[in-house]
Each structure stands twice: as C-alpha cells, then as structure tokens.
Design a protein around this ligand. Sequence first.
Ligand code: TXA
Ligand code: MG
Length: 338
Amino acid sequence: MSDLDRNIKTATLILEEGGVIGFPTETVYGLAARIDIPTAIEKIFTTKERPFFDPLIVHVHSIEQAQKLTSYWGTTAETLARNFWPGPLTLILPRSSYVNPMITSGLDSVGIRMPAHPVALEILRKTNVPLAAPSANKFGKTSPTRAQHVVDEFKNQVFVVDGGDCQVGIESTVLLVKEKAEQTDLAILRKGHVLQADLEKALKKEGINFNFVQVTDKKESPGHMKHHYMPPIPFILCRSQKKDLGQILTEVNEKINLLPDEIESIKIVKPKTGIRSAEVLKLSDDPVLASREFYNSLRESAQQGKDCIVFYQTDRHDDIRWEPLFDRLSKAASIVVD
Ligand code: TXA
Ligand code: MG
C-alpha cells in the first residue's frame, strides 16, 4: 500500500468517526466532513471559525449522488453537470430534505460540486456519503493550494491528505440555477475558471432557454463579502501604471489610518511605524497560470519580511479571462491605489 493509499484510508476513517480532514481538489484544498453526521458539520464551522450564516458546498462523486441532494434536477442542471463535472463549477439548486439545514445556513438551496481531483474522488467514493467542504482556511483568510498551507493554517490539528499543488488554484464558479418551465434564470455568485461564455455555449448547444440575471438579494448570496482571502500584511492593488513604488507607499501611508481595524470581522494589519518596504507580487502573463500561482505567491510574498505587498494591474489584465482572479485580488486588497 502506498503512502497516499494509506492516507486516504486514514482520512475515510476520521470522516466515519465524525472528524474533519483536509483534502485536495483541483481548485483549492477543502476542509471536509460527512453530511450525515451533524456534529462533524458543526466541526467544520468551528475549526474554520466560519460564521454559521455562510453555507457550505457539498461534494459528490456522481450525478446520482447529486440528484439526492436536490428537490429539482432538471435539464439545465443535467446539461451543466454533464458538460462541466467533474470540474470547478458549483451548482446552487433547490435543497432536498436529505441535506441538513446547518450545511445551507437555513437556505432552501444547496451548493453541489463534483471535484476533478483523483484523490478527492477516491475519498468520496470510499466514503460513499457526500462531503461538505469549504476551502481549508480560517474564515476570510488566504485559500490553500498546497497540503502544507492547510497544515500551517490549523497548526497540525487537522489530518491532511497531500494531493500535490492545486491545478486551477482559485475556487469554483458558483452558479445559482433557477429552472422554470419556460426559462432558466442563472446568476454567477462567484466567478471562477468556468466562465459565463463557457456556460452559454454548453446550454445553447442543448437548446436550453436561459437568461443570466444579477442577484441583488443578500439572502441568495450570503457568502458574498467585500473582503476575503486576505494575507496577514496589507496588500495593495495598484491600478495606475504611472506611479513608482515610492509614490505608492506615500499614498498608502496617507490612506492606511483611515482604514478601520476590522472589516466584516477580518482584521486589517496596520504597522504603527508606517509602511516603508514592499514586496511586489509577480504573476504569470497567462490568466490560467496566474490563477494557479496566486494564493501560494501571495503567501510567499507575505513571508519576505516586508511591510506590505503590491500588485500592479496593467492593460494586459483587461481580457475577460482575468476577471475571476481579479475578483480575488480586489477582495484580498486592503488598499487600492488608482
Ligand atoms: O472550489 C471550491 O468551491 C472550494 C473547493 C474546496 O471545493 N470550496 C469553496 O468553499 O470555495 P467555500 O465555502 O470557501 O465557498 C463556497 C461559497 C461561499 O461563498 C458560500 O457562501 C457559497 O459558496 N454558497 C454555498 N452554498 C450556497 C447556497 N446555497 N446559496 C448561495 N451561496 C452558497
Ligand atoms: Mg473560502
């Protein structure tokens, strides 16, 4: 038996006993528990220090398993699942009574996803019960894309199965699906690797009548925070290409005292002596590669002993394929310099 097989076995035993584990998916590492053990679900929230109002995604290994989680599996869900699963797309569908309301924070809907990582799929098959799993980071903090990130985040308190570096690197696209007789309303609640254009293409091919809408009701997207994914030191997103680092730091020092100490329960670090040095975050020119590198590079940049991290946004980031990554970059930023 290989080390990996042994770890997968240990993980399924911990899950069976009502524990939580760290496991790899193609997007980010997840903090998983079985959905049929309420105390295990509770453990996800307490371990992650996540508020109970933010619902969890449920992971499955098959479409049959997904169907049991929802009270309505129509042709839109079927088409999307057949085209994009296993993969980085979470479908928000009407919840069935099989799903504990603690998982969905009392909502009538449930988020379902089939991950594309072989280790995740094997754990799901061996367990044969769907697994609820948010990203394996403390609430509001940088998401993990390596097993070591999870080990560090929970200070060795969580058993982690190492499945290597996550290949997508940012969280799944979250899509609200409201299927009605004549038309399906769709809303992207979180941007990800699967783009609106990809979804449109698959649905059109199947002849499905759909419409993309904006969700304005906070109840339908309770996890939508202004800030998220934040590193422990200030992260500055610079949208101007004309400013040098000195000018940026002057502006940052002017702005930093205006920031509250805490936004949406996430602490903002403000060095008392002012910000004097910066680590420039560099990412690949390709959006797919840049997304893969992002969270790890952000963590490494925070460990260089500098006062802050700066990322330069340029014209080459204008393409629509950069949008999912810029959603994370903007939320991780404590200050934006225009
Ligand atoms: O790629 C991913 O989705 C990763 C991996 C581990 O699968 N998971 C992940 O989970 O990012 P989490 O909990 O960090 O983010 C899930 C997002 C949250 O913003 C949550 O509010 C939203 O999905 N969500 C979950 N269920 C929902 C529901 N029923 N209605 C609306 N939003 C929902
Ligand atoms: Mg998360």
